[in-house]
Design a binder for this molecule. Structure first.
Ligand code: WQD
Length: 312
């Protein structure tokens, strides 16, 4: 039975991707996740939604020997989708060495083990934050990169550049997916964005404020050079992101890739401001969101949104 290995399979995008793989392919799915920002509970929710049981192996990808042992007993893996990484921008600013070590060592180990075990296809979870503070919008895959603004974003940029060089000599074919801002939840509502730590992303903060878990939320700045002064981002539904991973898997398995290394933006192709997001949430939910405008957050770019033609 051909298998797909999903690292970070208990995470927000990893678990949604597992659900879409199980719904639309015959692959077996195996997860590796060390629960640093997720929980085993997600596996039960996947079973509830798909009726299928997924095994997770609680392995730290930075431990090469443990990872090698895992591959010794899993030899039918035809593709790896690598989500597992630390992903908090502010946390990376406060602890850069942890981010460089974790995100880059784990990537090198999973690529090395994949090659040693004749895996043919590798999909890497990258981020629009590699573009830095771009001036030309919308962003395409050819838009030149500006300096990254956080160690988190920098680990994604370095990872992309490592994969570019590795792919030249590797037997594996690679797809890199640059996510814009993933939001939303599975239609069942059983899984969604539920980080272990305090979320700093906009939509979970809006939800927690609307649900009364927070007395109020803060809008980080309304004096940006945008239509209403607040930052513009490209919010894209997590199910669309997951379906793009299934499409990438098919793209590689069916050998449609012309290069050893293919890069795609995953965005909705449209920009929404923070204030528009809040106003829309209030209109759709009928719930007032209590917010206060405060000074800008360090590292935020004024606006970034994608041109998603290539992915389409
Ligand atoms: C969006 C906008 C905030 C919270 C980062 C990473 C990206 C990806 C998603 C991992 C900004 C504003 C937010 C709040 C606010 N990370 N905001 N009040 O920073 O665009 O992207 O997270 O995959 O790679 O770079 O996302 O949701 O944190 O912020 O005003 O309480 O909402 O200032 O303008 P961001 P975000």
């Amino acid at each position: 039975m051909k298998s797909i290995l999903v690292t970070g399979g208990c995470g927000y995008i990893g678990s949604q991707t597992i659900i879409e793989i199980l719904k639309s392919t015959d692959y077996q799915v195996i997860s590796i996740d060390n629960y640093v920002n997720s929980s085993e509970q997600t596996l039960h929710r996947i079973k509830e939604i798909t009726g299928k049981s997924i095994k997770n192996h609680c392995i730290d990808l930075c431990n090469l020997e443990t990872l090698r042992d895992f591959f010794k007993t899993h030899n039918s893996i035809v593709g790896v989708i690598h989500f597992a990484a630390l992903k908090s921008v502010p946390q990376s600013v406060n602890d850069p060495i942890r981010y460089y070590k974790n995100n880059l060592e784990s990537l090198l180990n999973i690529i090395k083990c994949s090659e040693e075990n004749n895996v043919e296809n590798f999909i890497f979870s990258s981020s629009c934050s590699v573009y830095g503070d771009v001036s030309s919008l919308p962003v395409t895959e050819e838009t030149s990169l500006s300096p990254t603004l956080s160690p988190y974003a920098h680990t994604k940029l370095i990872a992309e550049q490592m994969i570019m060089f590795i792919s030249e000599k590797s037997k594996m074919n690679f797809v890199l997916l640059r996510y814009f801002n993933p939001v939303g939840a599975d239609p069942s509502g059983l899984i969604g964005e539920l980080p272990s730590d305090i979320p700093n992303n906009l939509v979970p903060v809006i939800c927690q404020t609307a649900a009364g878990e927070r007395a109020k939320m803060y809008v980080f700045g309304n004096t940006y050079p945008t239509r209403d002064g607040s930052c513009i981002r490209d919010y894209v539904h997590v199910v669309d992101i997951a379906l793009a991973h299934v499409a990438s898997l098919n793209f590689l398995v069916q050998k449609k890739n012309k290069e050893k290394y293919s890069l795609f933006n995953l965005g909705s192709g449209d920009g929404v401001s923070v204030l528009e997001a809040i106003q829309t949430f209030e209109k759709v939910s009928g719930v007032k969101v209590n917010y206060e405008i405060v000074p800008k957050r360090e590292g935020d770019v004024a606006a970034i949104y994608s041109d998603s033609t290539k992915a389409k």
